[in-house]
Design a protein around this ligand. Structure first.
Ligand code: DOR
Length: 451
């Protein structure tokens, strides 16, 4: 009989069950067996003294890039899974912009097979159109049958209105969302960073907020027309938040996500400014930091504040990492040639907690936005995840709310070392990750474990 795991005395946070108190939790045979005060278990058990630590359901990421097949120099299912558990994630959803694109049942099955034996649950997102070219819909039903949990042409919008209408009609019949990367191609042109004074100063083509907002409004219109479910990827502007809020008030079937970088960084990061309080590191006004080049781009302080407010009041449903690992050579180059994206899995918790420490977001809502809220969007997956309830999967994240640390990308287990946070001081760190009752990542002092 495999050993049971008893975690004692943590501050247990489970928004779905309205729990925020000191408790014990017992895990047995991959499931949560019991949760309560002073659980007294002595036989066949490994006990962890977690007093002073926070215990939450294992984090769930609805949007990450694992790059396999085709871009294994950036990340693999194995290296991405290792980064996920180090960041406290026990479920991750992989975007289909691989080579070949994940656009049929065989390629979904490839990912499922690759994910077998990994220390994290990997759920595939299929492409909505063949080769993500936006011309012809994929065989969605076949992909859902094999295990796809959503559809997206990630990295590209589904720009053709009629095709998007049909995609919504099919996907809603299957009970899964179309995740749209909202961007009007003709407004995006050759944009590199947010349209504004920094783009002008650096002589770079800007990406206007309207490129995103017009596509958000188009999607809201089509969700209203079809009753289909649109999930808006990585929302980045104040105008998008306002449109989503209005649409939700009208009962339109949309959900939305925000990334840790859009919640905590502004376009100033392009000039090496790290966050709204941070000082500029580079004195050379022409210097720029390609690590902060991401799509959609980092925006302004007013946008950041609107996104935080939107996440707080539930207009935005979840935090998703958009973990986008790239090789150094793809970032250490001129801005116009640099890839879009940030390697995020290992810093997301600390970024999100910075909002909690600064009293801009409640701890409860922060945890909800990476646990029960994303679980509620994974309707096609029959896994019992995202809450600490008897019988649910024994997926847990134990973290230290106040641990100080400094981001060092050389310590990332992700192959992607591309982070604008390198060298930044952070507060809050994962101490232990448990997946299906097994410790898959541990940074806990041995003195606190008794076998
Ligand atoms: O910055 C980004 N990187 N945004 C995307 O939409 C795609 C992603 C990637 O795949 O690198």
């Amino acid at each position: 009989m495999t050993k049971r795991l008893l975690i004692k005395g943590a501050r247990v946070l489970c928004p779905a069950n309205r729990i925020d108190s000191t408790m014990d939790i017992l895990l047995e045979s991959e499931k949560i067996k019991d949760i309560g005060l002073n659980l007294n278990v002595t036989e066949n058990v490994m006990t962890i003294d977690a007093s002073g630590l926070m215990l939450a359901p294992g984090f769930i990421d609805l949007h990450c890039h694992l790059r396999e097949p085709g871009f294994e120099h950036k990340e693999t299912v194995k290296s991405g899974s290792a980064a996920a558990i180090k960041g406290g994630f026990t479920t991750i959803c992989a975007m289909p912009n691989t080579d070949p694109v994940t656009d049929d049942a065989t390629s979904i099955q490839f990912l499922i097979d690759k994910a077998k034996g990994q220390p994290v649950r990997v759920l595939p997102i299929g492409s909505a159109t063949k080769n993500s070219e936006g011309k012809e819909l994929t065989e969605m039903a076949e992909m859902v049958e094999v295990g796809a949990v959503a559809f997206s042409d990630d990295g590209h919008p589904i720009a053709n209105d009629m095709l998007m209408r049909h995609a919504l009609e099919y996907s809603s019949a299957l009970g899964v969302p179309i995740i749209d990367h909202c961007e009007v191609p003709s407004l995006f042109t050759n944009g590199q960073i947010n349209e504004g004074w920094i783009a002008s100063r650096l002589g770079l083509q800007g990406i206007p907020s309207a490129a995103e907002e017009q596509m958000v409004d188009r999607n809201i219109g089509l969700a209203k027309l079809t009753g289909g479910w649109v999930h808006l990827a990585h929302v980045s502007t104040k105008g998008s938040v306002e449109s989503i809020r209005n649409a939700k008030e009208l009962g339109i079937n949309i959900t939305a996500e925000v990334t840790p970088h859009h919640l905590t960084l502004t376009e100033d990061a392009i000039l090496h400014g790290i966050n709204q309080e941070g000082a500029y590191k580079a004195l050379n006004e022409n210097a720029y930091n390609t690590m902060a080049k991401v799509n959609p781009p980092l925006r302004t302080q007013a946008d950041v504040e609107a996104l935080i407010e939107g996440l707080s009041d539930g207009t935005i449903d979840i935090i998703a990492t958009d973990h986008a690992p790239h090789a150094s050579i793809e970032k250490l180059c001129p801005m116009q040639e640099a890839a879009f994206g940030i390697s995020n899995l290992e810093t997301t918790l600390a970024s999100a907690l910075s909002l909690v420490h600064n009293k801009k977001l409640s701890l409860n809502r922060m945890i909800e936005s990476v646990t029960s809220s994303p679980a509620a969007l994974l309707k096609a997956s029959n896994n019992k995840i995202g809450q600490l309830t008897k019988g649910f999967s024994a997926d847990l994240t134990l973290f230290d709310l106040d641990a100080d640390w400094i981001v060092d990308v050389d310590q990332f287990v992700s192959k992607g070392k591309n982070s604008p946070l390198n060298g930044e001081k952070m507060k809050g760190k994962v101490v232990l990750t448990v997946y299906k009752g097994q410790i898959v990542y541990s940074n806990i002092s041995k003195d606190l474990v008794s076998k």
